[in-house]
Ligand binder design. Structure first.
Ligand SMILES: [Zn+2]
Length: 432
């Protein structure tokens, strides 16, 4: 089943694959006015007389294809471009789109997603379909590209985007921030965060880190995220090298319902930095997404257990690495809870309504404990490390994971995964 057609039928565009986005944005926090120029480099996978981009709530004014003016038209969610000459299959082309508007989150069956004003700043929370609320794109998680994001905004605000800050300059009360994210990135993981933040560099066990947040929360942030170096060490041992050049944490001045991951970055609410490590589990979860979800991405949303099951399992691995209950014990309790809940979700293909259901997350994690109990620690962690290496900065599927686990175990594990991922009843955990 392909997630693009079944899970998000209106997102993504056929006929081309992107390789880079260069986003040049001017934004005013005081008026919520965004003006952007998106330079998108892509390669045609079919002969194209027209092509479309996902774009929601913003108006494109001018489009050029390979330097020549192109015709454009817009519907509620698509920007359609007619290049002056058809593009041949296999040809690389560059589209420059000028656009503007008052960005706002879009409604979805999972709530509102995308660019959203905070009390005094901006958050982008795009999973799964919010990217088009701030830039024209091919909004398909399997179409990864590099990003340069340049944002100019009022001077008192700090801007944090994916990747490494390459340049910052201030002129007549406006500061321009330019970030480079060279590793292939899914659209939903591209992000802009704006606030009255201070930006503190930290060392995360050899990985350059950044903590960005309101100065008033400095000591709470320092305390709660002080665990990150140890988490980084625990995860690199178990999952392999950290996949990006740096890791940034943004803590907003507003409370947030849930934290969320972006490429090389994670966003938490003020409520998640309580100064008492109340969100330790979530801090581990978001860091683990850098390996599972961000570097190794999903080819389709239907297989989101590959992101969330693994990130939840990483919470349990952090627990056992830091002297808390073992993953086996936490998985056994989670399994017992799942057994008492309705058995009406197929974790390996839950359908769009249930794709963010906690049972997908937890049962996905228990599936990994079932694998570990079956094959033993050496084979299990070798499987995880091979997974992050083999699919480094790519996308992968459940079929790929089952094949890899079977290969490492030297046995066909199809039955184990079928029962956990595609059955309804909750299987018993093998004894480890
Ligand atoms: Zn997650």
């Amino acid at each position: 089943m392909t997630g693009r057609t079944t899970y998000l039928p209106d997102s993504g565009n056929p006929g081309y694959r992107t390789s880079s986005y260069h986003l040049d944005l001017v934004y005013r926090v005081s008026t919520n006015r965004l003006q952007g120029t998106a330079t998108i480099t892509a390669r045609a996978t079919a002969d194209l007389r027209r092509l479309s981009f996902d774009l929601v709530g913003l108006r494109a004014s001018k489009v050029r294809v390979d330097g020549t003016k192109a015709r454009l038209s817009q519907t509620a969610a698509k920007l359609v471009v007619v290049p002056p000459e058809a593009i041949d299959a296999g040809e690389e082309f560059v589209v420059v789109i000028e656009y503007a508007g008052a960005p706002a989150p879009r409604r979805s069956i999972w709530g509102t997603v995308g660019w959203e004003e905070l009390a005094d700043g901006v958050i982008v929370a795009a999973q799964p379909s919010g990217a088009p609320t701030w830039f024209p794109c091919n909004d398909d998680p399997s179409d990864k590209a590099s990003y340069v994001i340049r944002v100019a905004t009022e001077q008192p605000y700090a801007v944090v985007c994916n990747g490494v800050l390459a340049e910052r300059s201030t002129k007549s009360g406006r500061t321009t921030w330019e970030y480079h994210q060279p590793e292939p990135t899914s659209t939903y993981l591209a992000t802009v965060q704006i606030g009255r933040y201070e930006i503190l560099p930290v060392d995360l066990a050899g990985v350059p880190g950044t903590l960005a947040g309101p100065p008033a929360l400095r000591s709470r942030i320092g305390h709660d995220f002080g665990l990150l170096p140890e988490m980084m060490t625990a995860f690199t041992e178990r999952f392999g090298p950290y996949p990006f050049a740096a890791y940034t944490v943004v803590v907003t001045d507003d409370d947030l319902e849930i934290p969320l991951e972006a490429q090389g970055l994670a966003i938490f609410g003020a409520n998640h930095a309580d100064g008492r490590s109340g969100s330790e589990r979530l801090i581990a979860h978001e860091l683990a997404h850098q390996w599972f979800g961000n570097s190794v991405g999903v080819a389709s949303w239907g297989e989101i257990w590959l992101n969330e099951g693994f990130a939840c399992y990483a919470e349990w691995l952090w627990s056992e690495a830091s002297g808390g209950p073992s993953a086996a014990r936490l998985a056994a309790s989670a399994r017992a809870r799942l057994a008492g809940l309705p058995h009406d979700i197929v974790v390996g293909d839950p359908g769009p309504d249930a794709m963010f259901d906690d049972r997908v997350y937890k049962r996905g994690a228990v599936t990994l404990q079932a694998l570990r109990a079956r094959v033993g620690d050496d084979v299990f962690f070798d499987t995880l490390r091979t997974w992050t290496t083999r699919h480094h900065h790519g996308v992968a599927t459940t079929t790929d994971f089952v094949a890899l686990a079977s290969e490492k175990a030297g046995a066909d594990l199809g039955e184990l995964f079928d029962a956990w991922l595609f059955g309804l009843a909750v299987p018993a955990l093998p004894r480890g």
